[in-house]
Design a protein around this ligand. Structure first.
Ligand code: ADP
Ligand code: MG
Length: 637
């Protein structure tokens, strides 16, 4: 007799449940996604005891007739794909046909549903995978799925459930992430009969974003948008001054599906390069549209991850768009960027010419004073653009454009969540301004009145609307870093020949690293020669480091590069060298500066591409608005 047997369905469903139903939040996710796939406009999620006792999702979607309702509970039963090609062009959230049977196999489950053309509804009760009862009942159009006593028949799973608070936290987080991507749908979440969240339908996705991320973020979010003929990106990113300590505020949607995607997340963080310090994370809501056939959503049963066919392209597009948007918005509005002069080779925008056809002059290098991009109060929606997704793509080298014209963009990629909701793209962007822009309007660092130095460390300035403190070391570091970057990109820097060449002896490993770096350091103005064994001689330093001790700098560079290992690549290594050179060359704290030196520093800061942060991401300036001072002194209430 054969030892191998096909498992009974009830067991195979339980096995599938092991992957699909990790915790109550996964049940909520699967059910809500089903409701969205059914075209619902109102989705209610009711939870009791963190989902241990009850999870109920009711919707006003298409519903199912009697036969479909029964079929829906079978494994691999789905209305969303029919043939194998469909698997490569998935435009629904579900497609595996596993969720309902899985959930039903590990809970006391019931399904009540009625389709539009049905006179009566159907109720099906399932207990641990066994159908207990099927009945005709009166029901509104739509579907209500209830899962009680989750994992009652899988004690091992039940043991892994965390506290009610923790599980509820996961549920709320899940509902929020889905709601964020579907502003045209009302979501209500209750826990133990109390409303936790109620998000009304809105035609303006930005309203939903603010609802979910918190209204205090309203003025700290900046719209991002870009488009090629193969991909569209839209959404909002936070100002580097409004950050979180975890990456939980990062919401990524690929063709409308909320995913945890490392590639996009990494690209986002790279876009913030040098604007955040270690341990700081931005908030972001990013909607990415790619043709359905260029993204594999069938990577994992939970469908929380995707795989892009053009991973690099997606990464580069996100990084570039974020970097460029921040470049535009994250600078006090007090001077035209000298980007034409610099080319686009700074660390933020990339060390090599951008591949998507971005040139100075496209999107950001304008004549005269720029107009700040403002966070806008309404915008284009999550791009769930079936047309775009289905389009056949021929052009290989299309241009990646940063779109600064919101109207154009809204009409080209923006789609309000529901087709019958008009986009608001023809309205003017809301006129809210950031506090920054209103204060700094048309002011340069160099225009401020310098009051003096505080503790020989901070420069105290008066600006039209308040008090500004500048960290002299951080500011000068920024100036030097950019100078080194530009110089080495364009010409050789001015160098200072050391009167007495400096001899440096290193360990074996360090010597190997330095030997390899010699040509690059030479480019940066440091002429170094091997002197036999592990010894080297430094003959020149960049002019800007004249008079500084060179040995500690070389040692730190070598140490840092050893620490970095071989992973990050030459561009990062060189950035690191420049950062250390900037740090060693910069004005120190506790250093008295003359008024002329201060003025010089402020003027140089005006020339920087990223004047607001030192190369390590620390802020270079802090501001106290007049209003804040007045309040503190109780001059106003
Ligand atoms: P999938 O979503 O992968 O197709 P599910 O097991 O989640 O698999 O659902 C099976 C089928 O049941 C779906 O394809 C859909 O036709 C139907 N269905 C599930 N939930 C709903 C709902 N809320 N409204 C209407 N139909 C639903
Ligand atoms: Mg499903």
């Amino acid at each position: 007799m054969s030892k191998i047997k096909i498992l009974p369905e009830i067991i195979s469903n339980k096995i599938a449940a092991g992957e699909v139903v990790e915790r109550p939040a996964s049940v909520v996710k699967e059910l809500v996604e089903n409701s969205l796939d059914a075209g619902s406009k109102r989705i209610m999620v009711d939870v009791v005891q963190g989902g241990r006792a009850l999870i109920r999702v009711s919707d006003n979607g298409s519903g199912m007739n009697h036969d479909d309702a029964l079929l829906a509970l079978e494994r691999y039963a789905t209305s969303k794909i029919y043939k194998d090609q469909d698997l490569f062009t998935i435009n629904t959230l579900g497609f595996r046909g596993e969720a309902l049977p899985s959930i039903a196999s590990v809970s006391r489950f019931s399904l009540v549903t009625r389709g539009e053309s049905d006179d009566t509804g159907t109720e099906i009760q399932v207990d641990g995978g066994k159908i207990k009862n099927v009945a005709e009942i009166g029901a509104p159009q739509g579907t209500m799925v209830t899962a009680k006593q989750l994992f009652f028949n899988t004690p091992a799973r039940r043991k892994f459930l965390k506290t009610v608070g923790t599980e509820m936290g996961h549920i709320a987080e899940r509902v929020a992430s889905i709601a964020l991507g579907h502003p045209g749908v009302q979501f209500r979440l209750t826990h133990n009969d109390k409303t936790v969240k109620d998000w009304p339908v809105t035609a303006a996705p930005f309203d939903r974003v603010v609802d979910v991320l918190g209204s205090d973020m309203k003025n700290d979010l900046y719209a991002v948008a870009a488009k090629t003929d193969r991909m569209a990106l839209s959404g909002w990113i936070s100002s580097p001054r409004a950050t979180r300590r975890t990456s939980r505020g990062v919401y990524i949607y690929v063709n409308g599906r909320f995913v945890r995607d490392r590639i996009v997340q990494h690209a986002l963080f790279e876009g913030y390069s040098q604007r955040l310090v270690k341990g700081q994370f931005p908030l972001a809501v990013l909607f990415i549209s790619v043709p359905f056939e260029e993204v594999d959503v069938n990577v994992h049963p939970t469908k929380n991850e995707v795989r892009f066919a053009r991973q690099k392209e997606v990464h580069e597009a996100v990084r570039q768009t974020v970097a460029q948007t921040l470049y535009e918005v994250d600078r006090p509005e007090w001077g035209p960027a000298k980007i034409n002069e610099f080319g686009i080779r700074n660390a933020e925008v990339g060390n090599k010419p951008l591949e998507f056809g971005l040139r100075p002059g496209v999107g950001y290098a304008r004549e005269g004073r720029r107009t700040r991009r403002r966070p806008i109060g309404q915008d284009y929606a999550a791009a769930k653009d079936a047309e775009f997704g289905k389009r056949k793509l021929e052009e290989e080298n299309s241009e990646w454009k940063l779109i600064s014209d919101y109207q154009r963009q809204a009409s080209s990629i923006g789609h309000s969540e529901s087709a019958n909701q008009p986009t608001t793209s023809n309205q003017q962007p809301a006129t809210q301004t950031t506090t920054q822009s209103s204060i700094w309007q048309k002011k340069r660092f160099g225009d401020m009145r310098v009051i003096g130095q505080l503790h020989n460390t901070y420069i105290v300035c008066e600006a039209e609307a308040g008090l500004i403190l500048i960290d002299q070391h951080a500011a000068h570091e920024r100036v030097l870093f950019e100078t080194f970057s530009i110089r080495s990109a364009e010409t050789r820097p001015s160098v200072q020949r050391l009167l007495v060449p400096e001899t440096i002896e290193l360990g074996f490993r360090e010597a190997g690293v330095l030997a390899k770096l010699i040509p690059e350091l030479n480019e940066l103005g440091m002429e170094i020669e091997p002197f036999g064994g592990n010894t080297f001689v430094v003959k020149t330093v960049p002019g800007m480091l004249a008079g500084r001790e060179v040995k500690p700098l070389i040692l730190e560079i070598v140490e840092k590069i050893v620490e970095m290992g071989s992973g990050p690549g030459l561009a990062k290594v060189l950035d690191q060298c420049r950062m250390l050179m900037a740090c060693h060359g910069a004005i120190r704290a506790n250093q008295t500066l003359s008024e002329k030196q201060i003025k010089g520093l402020l003027n140089q800061l005006d020339e920087c591409q990223n004047p607001s942060h030192c190369p390590h991401g620390r802020p270079t300036w802090l501001r106290w608005e007049l209003r804040t001072l007045e309040k503190s002194f109780k001059r106003v209430v």
